[in-house]
Design a protein around this ligand. Structure first.
Ligand code: HDD
Length: 700
């Protein structure tokens, strides 16, 4: 019998279209077509005939290929994989997929940006969606999260307002994939509940290096329910094994042109290469008795539970090990829904969650053209579906028998599962209250957690946040909106407000104080380095004829052993001749790539006294850009000479010629021949650190 993790793949097999190589072209009706390059016409130069059913069918099908893109999260990339728990979570939840470490549950995950359309660039400043469909033995469970743990609004009734504000402006449909415009900041300046998520949006979390290197969060407080019916509040966290890493802003922007598919390609390539991305699932558990033990409301989705207060308990891991075969059929048609829950996982009265539980099914009805989208292969559960729901657009099942309940003619089938047992039973929460439209006073503090976030950042993270605010507000035409936003920032932190005000040319608020809110160190990227490895980091080695062959070979071997991907770049593609007279393959020509597509760069040496790459302006620009973006730079032998090109960018050299001052993420060794162990160790450590803020003015 197939392992449960294979069950989804087996199910997919049944839906695979016939191999087109297996027979001649046909119409949709199965009639063979003689050729498809000329339409049926009255004579060689005559008019096309309506009678040409193949022509009409082909054009009609083409005309109808598009479906509406998602109203938010339109651009995304997905993959299949599996989830396995570390141990039974029976104490807290009866969810079957969280019981047995030996049972793998198949998953499909879709990552996304939120604001931009389907064809927008990947590396925009935005929230990233992180939606997981678990095909469990009790039906589908969807954890529809983001890479921020907080959301912009507290009540879903405001979602259309928020989305209208952040989307391109209605008169001119500008800007694409960006939040730096008047309507978003107008909304923000009038709705301080947005501030916490806005702090995250202005931080480097909003420009992830890779989907594989970002956290995911369920955001809401959900409820686990165990077999005895006991509830426990739960927040979900995904933590990437490779650590959390981001781009710098200037790089992210350049990447939008150099490779608009940067994050999508990265995910695809890693899976194709067998470097399967992996996340640990963690939970923060709060006993129901402690519901009011916090100085914020657990039902408020603009708040986190600081990890220092309630630690994240790892409960399992997820691995993505298979790319979809057809983007439209799978990644585009996958339909997530927060209300897709399984026994043992329940909701809370978070008003944002309650609204989502309405919206997702509703949106799929229009997006996927009717109520039968759960029959699409990617959406099908791996367990039987039996009910009396019938008909509608695109019904692909041929139901027989009765279609109502109760019935005797159909033998009473399908029968109720009955209470208890394996059926879903809603948590019996006691509810009573007056019908009112009013926000709970416990939702009113909009400044403490943004201040905590700010106070948790390292200096370089704070600097990036200030720069981001300056960029975004600087793009806002209405100065009143700039000023109003800065007034709110003053309630988060005085220094932040002063710095932003200065950048965007509005008066600094007087008397604003530096926040004394406690920090949560777990929020800083500095505490999220993952396993510290350099697996899948892209390292460029700039080569030319005459390059020191022993150096490139020794560096390549070591970095490959560490799991990094090393590419030799030269002015032209083909081969180069090394110092040993041998030819070496060039992986890519410099004009086809750019430094923003790599994580680190190495400058090997050449014949003594001749920095081999110094003469190539593309190579020099490459190193300069890498340096400006805080990336690791390694230089060997005469390659060290190229570093002088970095002095105008801020590289500090000691008086002793070419000796790099420490802490700049630049590793050198002027000796010819194979790279020393000392150099290689230092270079690997420097790549693992990802970015180097100690080198002075990094362009962000
Ligand atoms: Fe949403 C899509 C995540 C609030 C309404 N949302 C969507 C996707 C993700 C999220 C990851 C893309 C799923 C996919 O890849 O297909 N959304 C969130 C998170 C939220 C959130 C983490 C706050 C905690 N969303 C939210 C609210 C509403 C919606 C408050 C409406 C009341 N979201 C939708 C939607 C979308 C959607 C309109 C668009 C496409 C889709 O559902 O399938 O229904």
């Amino acid at each position: 019998m197939a392992s449960p993790a294979d069950r989804k793949q087996e199910q997919r097999e049944a839906f695979r279209a016939d191999d087109p190589a297996g027979g001649p072209l046909t119409t949709d009706q199965g009639v063979e077509v003689d050729h498809t390059d000329d339409s049926l016409a009255a004579g060689e130069r005559g008019p096309t005939l309506m009678e040409d059913f193949h022509f009409r069918e082909k054009l009609t099908r083409f005309d109808h290929e598009r479906i509406p893109e998602r109203v938010v999260h339109a651009r995304g990339a997905g993959a299949y994989g599996y989830f396995e728990p570390y141990e039974s979570c029976a104490e807290f939840t009866r969810a079957a997929f969280l019981q047995d470490p030996a049972v793998r549950t198949p998953v499909f995950v879709r990552f996304s940006t939120v604001q931009g359309p389907k064809g927008s660039a990947d590396t925009v400043r935005d929230v990233r969606g992180f939606a997981t469909k678990f095909y469990t033995s009790e039906g589908n469970y969807d954890l529809v999260g983001n890479n921020f743990p907080v959301f912009f609004i507290q009540d879903g009734v405001k979602f259309p307002d928020f989305v209208h504000a952040v989307k391109p402006e209605p008169h001119n449909d500008i800007p694409t994939g960006a939040s730096a415009h008047d309507t978003l900041w107008d909304f923000v300046s009038l709705q301080p509940e947005t501030l916490h998520a806005i702090m995250w949006l202005m931080s480097d979390r909003a420009i992830p290096r890779s989907y594989r290197m970002m956290q995911g969060f369920g955001v809401h407080t959900f409820r686990f329910v165990n077999a005895d019916g006991k509830g426990t509040f739960v927040k979900f966290h995904w933590k990437p094994r490779l650590g959390v890493h981001s781009l710098v802003w200037d790089e992210a922007q350049e990447c939008q042109g150099r490779d608009p598919d940067f994050n999508r390609r990265d995910l695809w390539d890693a899976i194709e290469a067998g470097e399967y991305p992996e996340w640990e699932l963690g939970v923060q558990l709060v006993p129901e008795e402690d519901e009011f033990a916090f100085d914020f409301d657990l039902l408020d989705p603009t708040k986190i539970i600081p990890e220092e207060q309630v630690p994240v308990r790892p409960i399992g891991r997820m691995v993505l090990d298979r790319n979809p075969e057809n983007f439209f059929a799978e990644t585009e048609q996958v339909a997530f829904h927060t209300a897709n829950v399984v026994p043992g996982i329940d909701f809370t009265n978070d008003p944002l969650l309650q609204a989502r539980n309405f919206s997702y099914l509703d949106t799929q009805l229009i997006r996927l053209g009717g109520p039968n989208f759960s029959q699409l292969p990617v959406n099908r559960p791996v367990v039987p579906v039996r009910n009396n729901q019938r008909d509608g657009y695109h019904q692909s099942a041929i139901h027989s028998g009765t279609n109502y309940f109760p019935n005797s003619l159909g033998g009473g089938c399908p029968a109720h599962a009955g209470a208890g047992g394996s059926a879903y039973t809603h948590y019996a929460e006691r509810v009573d209250g007056h019908k009112i439209r009013r926000r709970s006073p416990s939702f009113q503090d909009h400044y403490s957690q943004p201040a905590m976030f700010w106070n948790s950042m390292a200096d370089w993270e704070k600097q990036h946040i200030v720069e981001a605010f300056r960029f975004e507000l600087g793009k806002v035409g209405a100065r009143t909106v700039r000023a109003r936003t800065v007034e709110h920032l003053a309630k988060v932190d005085g220094e932040l407000a002063v710095q932003v005000a200065r950048g965007v040319g509005v008066p600094a608020p007087s008397g604003a104080e530096t926040s004394d809110k406690p920090a949560s160190p777990a929020l800083s990227l500095e505490s999220l380095r993952g396993d510290g490895s350099i697996r899948t980091r892209q390292v460029a080695v700039l080569v030319t004829d005459g390059v020191d062959a022993e150096q490139i070979t020794s560096v390549r071997e070591r970095l490959a052993a560490e799991g990094a991907i090393v590419e030799a770049l030269a002015a032209t593609d083909g081969t180069i001749t090394g110092s040993d007279g041998e030819t070496y393959a060039v992986d890519r020509a410099l004009p086809t790539v750019a430094s923003v597509l790599y994580d680190a760069v190495l400058l090997p040496g050449g014949p003594v006294g001749t920095p081999p790459t110094a003469a190539d302006p593309d190579a020099v620009r490459f190193v300069r850009d890498a340096f400006r973006h805080g990336k690791p730079v390694g230089a060997l032998g005469s390659g060290v000479g190229v570093l002088s090109a970095l002095e105008p960018e801020g590289l500090r050299l000691s008086t002793e010629f070419q000796r790099v001052v420490a802490d700049q993420g630049v590793v050198t060794d002027t000796s010819p021949g194979p790279a020393s162990e000392e150099f290689l160790n230092a270079f690997v450590d420097t790549i693992a650190a990802h970015r180097h803020w100690g080198r002075g003015p990094v362009r962000h």
